[in-house]
Design a protein around this ligand. Structure first.
Ligand code: UD1
Ligand code: MG
Length: 473
């Protein structure tokens, strides 16, 4: 038996029910665009060819596919154009030249089914082959089947027809077995049916689902393949379904992480993007967001409602609640937060401590250095074991350019200091609290830059006497 098969992903529709300027398949669920999920699933099968049928906003969809594809299938996806969105049957017809020649077996699915797993498709393909069917439809029993095409089966269990929700009578609407939009076809038989397809009386669209009744009329074998987990094949047609698919995909990723040894408190509240990696014995508190290419080591603790994007968090790091970290590296056993903001290009050294209401941008913080409270460090290079007092500000911007602040190891910056960059504070140096430092401070020196304190004894009493005298006059 020729085992070759090709995949065709339907992605040319308008997505009218989404009510969006953007094509439906460009919206995200579980941290990826819908179309990207579809392509990634195809890339994990051993298909000889993968086709994506595009039409509406074809350029943007093609771009999204090419981006995903270059990471996975290595440029395997070919594009076929459906010039007008005249239905799912019309979509395949538009690509008939290439699809007919692609392989004897064609696996077709809709681009709006983001939870679909490659394992499920593999089982589906073997089922189709084992039964030697002309077509097999993947089906599911839905608690609420509204919107889906309904499976009409004959007494022997074969599929007689798929009736779309819009055209269904009350009897048919009561059927809870639905068409998932995932099919396996004998390529030749499929196209001979597509040639004869008539537009739907209600919508004028050419329905792929009508191929099924056509095949049955010719006594071809059409099987239904029910899948147990209806959630996996849900179609995303509205923003409500987008939110449901997102929640299911997030739950899937959270489960995977928990099985890998990560403790997640209230897993339904966290958002972990698909490419994120987390080491064992790390604890995530509720509401944590780990996004993009973030990698978190083992034995870390990530505080409630913190958001970490495209960052590397090494082993044993503590991030306290409501902290934001982006495009940065937090080294071993460092502590960040609560309410800290670590902006792109930052490296927080091992065992360093960045405390509450501290903002750090494009800076390198040395080992064991502490900036505990209410501080801004931007474009700074700070050595090891430096103490940065509360309310310190690196004045890095002169209105035109950004300048660097260098603080060498073991320096002590008193509270309320302004360091006007470019500036260098030498090793072991001290800066007195409340200073505005505009000149470099040599190593081992003390710099104090504030006006001298004036004391006026008995000033308050004198003031009161003066004001009484004024009132009398
Ligand atoms: C379709 C099925 C329905 C099934 C459901 C499963 C048809 C007629 N109906 O309905 O039986 O229960 O999927 O989720 O097939 N598309 C094109 N070109 C078009 C129209 C659509 O490429 O002209 C693409 C869309 O981009 C989408 C997919 O086909 O990825 C399905 O289209 P959609 O409008 O979502 O069909 P449903 O109404 O969900
Ligand atoms: Mg759909």
């Amino acid at each position: 038996m020729n085992k070759q098969f090709a995949v065709a992903i339907l992605g040319a529709g308008l997505g009218t029910r989404f009510k969006s300027k953007r094509a439906k398949l460009l919206h995200e669920a579980g941290g990826r665009k819908l179309i990207e999920h579809a392509v990634r699933t195809a890339a994990k099968l051993s298909a000889s060819k993968i086709f994506a049928i595009v039409g509406y906003q074809a350029d943007a969809i093609q771009k999204a596919i090419t981006e995903a594809d270059s990471k996975l299938a290595g440029g395997k996806v070919r594009f076929l154009l459906q010039d007008k969105p005249l239905g799912t049957g019309h979509a395949l017809k538009c690509g008939q030249k290439e699809l007919r020649a692609a392989a004897p077996l064609l696996l077709v699915y809709c681009g709006d089914t983001p939870l679909l797993r490659p394992e499920t498709l593999r089982d589906f393909l073997s089922y189709h082959r084992r039964l030697k069917a002309t077509a097999t439809v993947m089906t599911a029993i839905m608690a609420d089947p509204s919107g889906y095409g309904r499976m009409v089966r004959s007494a022997d269990g074969q599929v007689d027809a798929i009736v779309e929700h819009k055209s269904a009578s009350a009897d048919i609407l009561a059927i809870r077995e639905i068409n998932t939009g995932i099919y396996c076809f004998d390529t030749k038989e499929l196209f001979s049916q597509l040639d004869r397809l008539k537009p739907d009386r209600l919508t004028g669209e050419y329905y792929l689902t009508d191929v099924i009744s056509g095949l049955r009329q010719e006594c071809k074998r059409v099987e239904g393949y029910p899948i147990a987990d209806a959630g996996e094949v849900m179609g995303v047609n509205t923003r409500i379904e987008l939110a449901q698919a997102d929640a299911l995909l997030r739950a899937r990723k959270a489960r995977e992480m928990m099985l890998h040894g990560v403790t997640i408190m209230q897993p339904e509240s966290v958002r972990i993007d698909p490419d994120v990696e987390i080491g064992p014995d790390t604890i995530l508190e509720p509401g944590v967001m780990l996004l993009g290419s973030t990698r978190v080591g083992s034995d870390c603790s990530i505080g409630a409602y913190s958001r970490i994007t495209n960052s590397r968090i090494e082993d044993g790091v503590t991030i306290l609640q409501c902290s934001v970290v982006a495009d940065s590296i937090i080294k071993r056993e460092a502590s960040v937060g609560p309410f800290a903001h670590i902006r792109p290009g930052t490296e927080v050294g091992p065992q360093a401590k960045i405390g509450n209401f501290v903002e750090v941008k494009k800076s390198k913080i040395g080992r064991g250095t502490k900036a505990g409270h209410l501080t801004y460090l931007g474009d700074a290079i700070i050595g090891d074991n430096v103490n940065v007092g509360a309310g310190t500000i690196t004045c890095n911007y002169d209105g035109e350019k950004k300048h660097t602040t260098i603080i060498e190891s073991n320096a002590f910056i008193g509270s309320g200091t302004e360091l006007v960059a470019p500036i260098r504070i030498g090793r072991n140096a001290y800066v007195g609290a409340g200073s505005t430092i505009t000149k470099n401070v040599p190593a081992d020196a003390l710099a104090v830059a504030r006006t001298h304190q004036v004391i006026k004894p008995e000033w308050v009493k004198q003031r009161k006497r003066k004001s009484k005298a004024k009132k009398k006059a």
